[in-house]
Design a protein around this ligand. Structure first.
Ligand SMILES: Cc1cc2nc3c(=O)[nH]c(=O)nc-3n(C[C@H](O)[C@H](O)[C@H](O)COP(=O)(O)OP(=O)(O)OC[C@H]3O[C@@H](n4cnc5c(N)ncnc54)[C@H](O)[C@@H]3O)c2cc1C
Ligand code: FES
Length: 509
């Protein structure tokens, strides 16, 4: 993977000089350049589109993605960019540039940048939008409102102890020390101010949906026409004896990640919880040279989500890099220099990281009388009540006949973008959940959502880092996990989005 923020190298034909019309195949992105910028040319139906070739999320190569549903999709973490407008769908927040294309004498030539086609849909532009939570969903909503023409006031109310952060980075490159601090930020307060978004660091303490007001900790009251609740989740801290000692951390914020990184050199590390975040933290701390032991009650890590074979493989990937496991055991006590397990084992620990899951922050919503069921209940437009939307980790939303709550970055960003469109009176398309997770040299992608599965079919070789696993419940494909098969993951996503069972079955066969 290219580093975050990288740009695609200029390669392929000079598109300002032109290419033969016949050389651009339907639905096959063609990488070239014009005016010193990498550009991808796409033929989709009767239309030709030229867009910036570099994904605005972490710099992924769009020309290696697929074209589907009027958009080009990034192979790395599944951002989608509308072919006609360059509009972004999460995890990307910013659009890609669009360029003029002309057909002259049998040649396609790319000209200068244009503004993309302006949507013909009417824009309802409420005077004041208040967003509670400066995380993935909140920032995505604010940016999309501006990108789609909202002229009224936007206020983001924040409880984050820093500028808004790119949370997935906190357990990966930033924690490993291989990414500079500026990569850890999603947007700075200045950048938000630059698009007319007011970031107020003063947590919300109450919402009154009847009066349409939000009260802040300082006592300040904000009026709204539309409010988004995007308060995310908080990391669970096990109520063990010694759990409040200063060398014990959960991992949710930039200051958590910094504190863990700073203490990694103090001696052995124990990670409590063989979860995605626990294992990612283990991998990052190995890069820093720490001795790491992972403790968890399960016998196979990640088995509930990925199945026993994938879990066993992921464990071996970590063991090859020196991570030790103490599974089938629970911690019962933490002392200043050890974690004591339920079989009496004492694991030396100068640093303890708890990666034992999160709980959605629904207190505000519950106190406001919004419908709650293990999350804030919302409709397909993510509306919880008139004028009130909820998104991201807190939202329980309808997805293919089920009500689900999903803790993924891409889902939260797309929720925020969908809420912005809904506030403006536009109806979005259904999105397919996706997450990625990084374990040393293995990055896995997971498309769809299986609350449970009764069959996990492995295709290919996990050990060769070239495989996909199909998760079925009652023969229905619920989700697909890929390692080294990015294009397949995109094809699965596109087929699920269209509800095209035949294409889905063919893609995974
Ligand atoms: C370390 C880490 C690594 C992760 N890695 C991945 C990954 O690789 N892939 C993936 O798909 N997902 C990953 N996730 C999950 C992903 O980050 C979350 O699903 C996502 O952040 C949810 O977005 P959100 O906007 O709902 O909540 P958040 O991003 O948590 O934002 C919620 C915000 O609301 C604020 N808030 C809470 N209460 C109030 C209040 N009363 N007033 C004002 N503000 C308030 C919080 O301080 C926070 O800033 C990771 C999570 C963590 C912690
Ligand atoms: S780099 Fe394109 S989606 Fe992440």
């Amino acid at each position: 993977m290219l580093p975050m923020g990288s740009t695609a190298e200029l390669s392929g034909p000079d598109l300002s000089a032109g290419i033969a019309d016949a050389d651009l195949l339907e639905g096959t992105p063609l990488l070239g350049h014009a005016g010193g910028e990498a550009i991808v040319l796409v033929r989709d139906g009767g239309n030709i589109h030229a867009l910036g070739a570099t994904c605005t999320h972490y710099g992924g190569p769009l020309a290696e993605g697929i074209v589907s549903g009027g958009s080009i999709r990034c192979p790395w973490h599944h951002a989608c960019f509308d072919l006609a407008t360059g509009t972004a769908h999460g995890p990307a927040l910013a659009p890609v540039a669009c360029y003029d294309v002309a057909l002259e004498g049998g040649k396609l030539r790319v000209g200068g940048r244009n503004k993309g086609e302006v949507s013909a849909a009417a824009v309802l532009s409420p005077a004041s939008v208040v967003i509670i939570g400066a995380g993935a969903a909140g920032i995505a909503c604010a940016e999309t409102l501006r990108q789609e023409g909202h002229k009224g006031a936007i206020t983001i109310v924040s409880a984050e102890g820093s500028d808004p952060v790119d949370r997935p980075n906190l357990s990966k490159d930033f924690l490993a020390g291989t990414a500079p601090e500026e990569w850890a930020y999603l947007r700075t307060a200045d950048a938000l101010a630059g698009i007319g978004v007011d970031l107020v660091v003063d947590p919300a303490t109450a919402i009154d949906p009847k009066e349409r007001t939000v009260t802040l900790r300082s006592g300040r009251e904000l009026s709204y026409d539309a409010v988004l609740l995007a308060t995310g989740a908080e990391a669970i801290r096990l109520p063990l004896e010694g759990a409040d000692l200063p060398h014990i951390h959960t991992l949710r914020t930039l200051s958590d990640s910094k504190a863990i990184a700073a203490q990694a050199k103090n001696g052995p590390v124990v990670i409590i919880g063989a979860s995605f975040i626990g294992l990612e933290a283990a991998a990052a701390l190995r890069v820093r040279g720490a001795g790491v032991t992972v403790v968890g009650p399960e016998t196979v890590p990640l088995e509930r989500v990925l199945g026993a074979d994938v879990g066993t493989f992921i464990r071996s990937v970590h063991e090859d890099k020196g991570v030790k496991f103490k599974l089938g055991r629970k911690p019962v006590k933490i002392t200043p220099d050890a974690v004591i397990l339920d079989d009496g084992t004492s694991l030396p620990a100068a640093l303890v990281v708890m990666g034992v899951g999160v709980k959605p922050r629904t207190d505000l919503a519950a106190a406001a009388g919004l419908p709650i069921d293990r999350g804030v209940l919302v409709d397909a437009q993510l509306r919880a009540a008139p004028g009130v939307w909820a998104a991201g980790d807190i939202a329980r939303f309808p997805w293919y006949g089920e009500l689900v709550r999903i803790e993924h970055w891409q889902v939260a960003v797309r929720h925020g973008q969908a809420v912005a469109r809904s506030i403006l009176g536009r109806v979005g398309r259904p999105d397919v959940p996706f997450f990625w997770s990084q374990h040393h040299d293995v990055t896995l992608g997971y498309v769809g959502h299986a609350e449970a599965f009764d069959k996990a079919e492995i295709h290919g070789e996990l050990s060769m880092r070239d495989a996909h696993v199909v998760y079925r419940q009652d023969a229905t494909i619920k989700a697909v996990m890929t390692i080294g098969r990015d294009k397949l993951a995109l094809e699965v996503e596109a087929a699920m989005e269209r509800g095209d069972i035949a294409a889905l079955s063919a893609a995974v066969a």
